[in-house]
Design a protein around this ligand. Structure first.
Ligand code: AMP
Ligand code: GLY
Length: 430
């Protein structure tokens, strides 16, 4: 057995709470540090301040802590090259390099990459001016999808019912009205119809190991209505993906990405999160993320039955071909409790009641914190998404949902909102 490790997690949301929770259970971990962490993470890990979007500040924390392993949660630090810089300094870091993270940080790069490597995806056109948008729109029927090239936290995709609407959306992206920063590239994309699926795979630069499928709920309102959010809930079940589909996605999507990135000189290491649309023409890629999802990770970590340090090690050491990632049979679910007003403006500092003082000790229910902090000894809201009430069940989704909603019923804060229909598509099929 190798020496026990000190592990540093970069990030401070529900995804990082779930990663910290899994690390805290590992027999291979001596200490978990999280930068910056949040009110819930502080119960499991020592939290240290960091500006995770500032390379020099992240390096400062890593140099001070000297962790045996650093795990980068969010896309922002990956996009500024945190993994490259840590590796250059001789630290072990989990996640893709800045160049490999382009699969997420540039939609134009991702689309062109998919075309080069024969990965199934919607027809598209990359445009750099509004005139080009007008001209290329003629090739697309409606609805048509308009996407900002860069990272946009779920706000960079507009589904348009007319060409006129599409032009207006592209104009808002170029001018900066939509996202606050002016885009230099806009992608037009064929609209795909079907059910969405998120497929997670571990990649070590050469090999790919499937982890599991999950489904998230991006819209704020029940029945998938209202504006997009970072995700109001997610679930993971065995039934979401047959073994044939898992094999197909591993071979025709994830391994093709790994082979393509290796061939182009930027091997991909880390989590490949494939957003898939199950269309009548077969599964097609909507987008890639190059990290764990939030809130999918909360649901996935409760099903994970392999030591998470073995998972990170296999990716860094290039030995993922010898790793099998085991997931507990059955289902897990995460229901987000959000601040009133989210995804628009919302208040902070609302006192949260109904949580046990030290997290939750039931083995099959855990409340992961997304946006919380401790103020005057009280746990208060500190974000749009506040808590992720997560449950796992060997019986199935219905049982996991019952446990999560029962727990949620005990929790309250002023303005709390949540969706009562997480998992509805899967339940309809049961
Ligand atoms: P993305 O950030 O590219 O995953 O897009 C966010 C969401 O927009 C997806 O999860 C889909 O719900 C929707 N979307 C993106 N691209 C398309 C497309 N080509 N057709 C239909 N819906 C799409
Ligand atoms: N839940 C979607 C994401 O993490 O991007």
């Amino acid at each position: 057995m190798p020496n026990k490790l000190k592990v540093l997690v970069i990030g401070g949301g529900g995804r990082e709470h779930a990663l910290v929770w899994a690390l805290a259970k590992s027999v291979r971990v001596s200490e978990v540090v999280c930068a910056p962490g949040n009110g819930g993470i502080a119960e499991l890990a020592r939290c240290v301040r960091v500006d995770a979007g500032n390379l020099a500040d992240v390096v400062r924390v890593v140099e001070a802590e000297q962790p045996g392993l650093t795990v980068v949660g969010p896309e922002l630090p990956l996009s500024i090259g945190v993994v490259d810089e840590l590796q250059r300094r001789g630290f072990r870091a989990f996640g893709p390099t800045q160049a490999a993270a382009q699969l997420e940080t540039s939609k134009a790069f991702a689309k062109e990459f998919m075309q080069r490597h024969g990965i199934p995806t919607a027809e598209y056109a990359v445009c750099t001016t509004l005139d080009e948008v007008r001209e290329k729109l003629q090739r697309f029927s409606v609805p048509v999808v308009v996407k900002a090239d860069g990272l946009a936290a779920g706000k960079g995709v507009v589904i348009c019912n007319t060409h006129h609407e599409a032009e207006a959306a592209a104009a808002e992206m170029f001018s900066g009205v939509l996202l606050g920063v002016a885009e230099t590239e806009v992608v037009l994309e064929e609209f795909l119809d079907g059910e969405e699926l998120s497929f997670f795979a571990l990649c070590d630069g050469k090999h790919t190991v499937p982890i599991a499928a999950a489904q998230d709920h991006k819209r704020v309102g029940e029945g998938d209505t209202g504006p997009n959010t970072g995700g109001m809930g997610a679930y993971s079940t065995d039934a979401l993906m047959t073994s044939e589909l898992r094999h197909w996605l591993t071979t025709n999507v994830a391994q093709k990405v790994v082979d393509g990135m290796l061939a182009e000189g930027d091997p991909f290491t880390g989590i490949l999160f494939c957003g898939i649309m199950m269309t009548q023409r077969g599964p097609m890629v909507l987008e890639f993320n190059t990290r764990f999802g939030d809130p999918e990770t909360q649901a996935l970590m409760m099903r994970l039955d392999t030591d998470i340090v073995d998972v990170f090690d296999a990716a860094i050491d290039g030995t993922a071909d010898a790793l099998q990632i085991k997931m507990r049979a059955g289902a897990s679910v995460c229901v987000i409790a959000a601040s009133g007003g989210y995804p628009g403006k919302y208040p902070s500092g609302k006192v949260i009641s109904g949580l046990a003082a030290k997290g939750d000790t039931e083995a099959d229910v855990f409340v992961f914190h997304s946006g919380t902090s401790v103020s005057n000894g009280k746990l208060v809201t500190a974000g749009g998404r506040v808590l992720g009430i997560t449950a796992v069940s060997p019986i199935g989704l219905q049982d996991a949902l019952a446990k999560a909603y029962a727990k949620l019923g005990q929790i309250s804060f002023d303005g709390m909102q949540y969706r009562r229909d997480i998992g509805w598509r899967a339940l309809q099929k049961e």
